[in-house]
Design a protein around this ligand. Structure first.
Ligand SMILES: [Zn+2]
Length: 377
C-alpha cells in the first residue's frame, strides 16, 4: 500500500482468538470401514488422543433431534440438515454442538453448509453454551451425510471414530490494515471501504475474502494512479478476525468512536468477487434515493441495482452506531460452493468479474466521497 502511494498506511491493533485445528480424522468403523473427509469447526474442543468411538444417530433437523432425544445419549449426533439458505442452515454449524450436547451426545457432526458438493467438507465458526458440556463439533460432506442417513434407514448400526487435535490458546495480537486517500476539502469526513483480511486455515481464502479485500485496495490504488483526490477521505480497512470473532470490526469501532459521526458511508465486499449486480444499502430514504442515482452510473456494466437492506459483518458494529452501510451484491450462485473449503483458491476468481467489482466499488466510493452535498443520515 505504501509502494502504491497511499496515505496513512498503518496497522491498528486487535487481539484475536487463537484456535488450532491440529490433526483430525473421521473413520467409519461399521457397517464398513472407510475414511470420511471432515473439517473440525472453528472454536471446537478436540477429542482425547485415541479419539471418540461411538454409534451415530442421524437426524435431519433440530426438531427431529428433540423428538429422538432419548436415543442421542452417548452417541455422536449427525445433523443432516439440507441447505435452504446460508442464513438458515448455518445455525446447525453455529449451535449444533449445543443442541447435541443437551441431548446427551458425546460429539456432533453436521452436513456441510453448502448447496453443492464435490465431497468437500466446509469449516466455519461454531459456539458453545456454558449450560451444557463442550463436545467436539465437525463437518462432513453432503455425500457422506446422505450415505450415513441411508445406512440408518436400512437399519444398520453406524459406528465411527472421531479424532480431533483442536485446541484453544490465549488471544494473540493482530491488526486491521488501514490506508487512505485524504480528502482535499473535508478530510475528517470518511467513506470506509473494505473486506476482511483473515480467512479459514483451509484453502487460500481467495473468495472469502481475499478477493473483496484486494478489490477494495485496488479502488484506492486506481484513484491514486488516476490522480483523483476526492473532497472527503476514502479509507480502506482490511478487517482482522471476521471469521472467528469479529474482533477487528469491534476494534475499528472502538478506536474510531469519536469520528463515527463523520463517517459518511461504509462499504463492504464479502460476498465473493463474482459478477456484480449492485449494492444493498441500509440508511435513510433520502440517502437511498441518492445512492440509487449513483447506481445509474453502473447500469452499463449491469451493476446498478440498489436494494434496501444490506451491509456486512465487519461494518455491522459501526452501522449500529448510525453509519449508513452497504454491501456489494454479486451473482451469488457459486459462493457457497467454495466458501470455507480447501477449494477456495485463486483459480476460482474470474479476472473480468473481479475487475467489474472493482469498478462498482470505485464508482460508489468515489462519488460518495466527492459529491458536493453530504450523504444524509
Ligand atoms: Zn467472509
Amino acid at each position: 500500500m505504501e509502494k502504491d502511494g497511499l496515505e496513512n498506511v498503518r496497522g491498528e491493533p486487535v487481539l484475536v482468538p487463537h484456535w488450532i485445528r491440529g490433526e483430525e480424522s473421521l473413520e467409519l468403523v461399521t457397517p464398513r470401514r472407510m475414511s470420511l473427509p471432515m473439517l473440525g469447526l472453528g472454536g471446537s474442543v478436540g477429542t482425547p488422543p485415541e479419539g471418540i468411538r461411538a454409534e451415530v444417530l442421524v437426524v435431519s433437523s433440530f426438531d427431529e433431534l428433540a423428538l429422538r432425544g432419548d436415543q442421542a445419549k452417548g452417541k455422536i449426533v449427525l445433523l443432516n440438515a439440507p441447505f435452504t439458505s446460508y442464513g438458515q442452515t448455518v445455525t446447525y454449524r453455529v449451535v449444533g454442538a449445543v443442541a447435541a450436547a443437551r441431548a446427551g451426545a458425546v460429539a456432533s457432526l453436521i452436513r456441510s453448509v453448502t448447496p453443492f458438493s464435490m465431497r468437500t467438507p466446509h469449516t466455519g465458526q461454531m459456539r458453545y453454551d456454558p449450560s451444557v458440556p463442550e463436545i467436539p463439533h465437525a463437518a462432513i460432506t453432503v455425500e457422506d451425510a446422505d450415505m450415513l442417513k441411508r445406512m440408518q434407514e436400512r437399519g444398520e448400526r453406524i459406528e465411527v471414530t472421531l479424532k480431533m487435535g483442536a485446541r484453544r490458546l490465549p488471544d494473540v495480537p493482530s491488526r486491521n490494515v488501514v490506508a487512505e486517500i485524504v480528502g482535499w476539502e473535508r478530510p475528517e469526513q470518511v467513506v470506509v471501504l473494505g473486506g476482511h483480511i483473515d480467512s479459514w486455515d483451509v484453502g487460500q481464502g481467495a473468495m472469502d475474502d481475499g478477493g473483496g479485500s484486494v478489490a477494495a485496495w485496488e479502488v484506492v490504488r486506481l484513484m491514486h494512479a488516476l490522480g483523483l483526490r476526492p473532497r472527503r477521505t476514502v479509507r480502506v480497512v482490511l478487517w482482522a478476525n471476521e471469521e472467528n470473532g469479529l474482533r477487528g470490526a469491534y476494534a475499528y469501532r472502538d478506536i474510531h468512536r469519536a469520528e463515527l459521526a463523520d463517517h459518511v458511508l461504509a462499504i463492504e465486499s464479502d460476498a465473493g468477487v463474482f459478477k456484480p449486480v449492485g449494492f444493498g444499502f441500509t440508511g435513510s430514504d433520502e440517502a437511498l434515493r441518492m445512492i440509487e442515482e449513483i447506481g445509474t452510473l453502473l447500469d452499463r456494466i449491469g451493476a446498478g441495482t440498489i436494494t434496501r437492506g444490506g451491509g456486512g459483518a465487519d461494518i455491522g458494529p459501526i452501522m449500529r452506531e448510525g453509519v449508513p452501510g452497504m454491501g456489494l451484491s454479486v451473482d451469488g450462485e457459486k459462493y457457497f460452493w467454495y466458501h470455507h473449503t480447501d477449494a477456495d483458491t485463486i483459480d476460482k476468481l474470474d479476472p473480468r468479474e473481479m475487475a467489474e467489482c472493482v469498478a462498482a466499488l470505485a464508482v460508489m466510493a468515489y462519488v460518495a466521497a466527492d459529491m458536493p452535498e453530504l450523504l444524509p443520515r
